[in-house]
Design a protein around this ligand. Sequence first.
Ligand code: 13P
Length: 249
Amino acid sequence: MSKKIYLYGNWKMNNTYSETEKFFVDFAPAYAPFKDADDLEVGIFAPFTSLWPLSQGAKKCGIVFGAQNVYYEPKGAFTGEISIPMLKEYDVTHIILGHSERRHIFLESDEVIAKKTKAVLDAGIIPVLCYGETLEERESGNTFTVMERQLRSAIDGLTDAEKAKIIYAYEPVWAIGTGKTATPDQAEEVCAWSRKLIGQPKAVILYGGSVKGSNAKELLSMADIDGALVGGASLKPASFLEIYTAYKA
Ligand code: 13P
């Protein structure tokens, strides 16, 4: 069997409740031919307000689903935040943590992301832990220093079993939503380096940043890239699933 591909869609701040319902009207028949593929795992991550229709659609299709953020405290005076117990009632299986938009726009620190990672693991949910360098950091030769800090702060102190449970997503900030993709060699270099740093040979490591049908095959064929975390192309069932068909072609 060929390697298993993880195709995860991060909708970011897109798709209202009703738009999510509509998405699944189109997604269900489009996904049907792939439903039994044992080398594909599809996941979708929606805004909190769309989690109910996402959960209904995802359960019917048999894909995994989750949220894009969460707070680490279980309850209390944290105006505007959403807790893990709140998400558990929606049966989410995965939660994206540390996305570069959370780090850079909402100023989430490594420390906060580490607390979230531990709390999510403790709740039996899989963190999809994002990390990656900015263009400035890459150009000044600091790519690996920055990523080592981001990764180590989140995983040092976790058990091997916990480290192995996390899904890692390398997303160079300069390739997100810009149409600029890391070259397969650039992405592979970081994913291979990450696998060593994590110390778990079988860890699942995704690449994210302008992944689409036209670049999927070369990226997903790399030895240390287990799948894609897809933003823009995940908003339409056709462009999302095309990433898998292009890889298989
Ligand atoms: P794009 O695929 O739109 O570049 O977004 C990538 C991303 O940030 C996924 O989390």
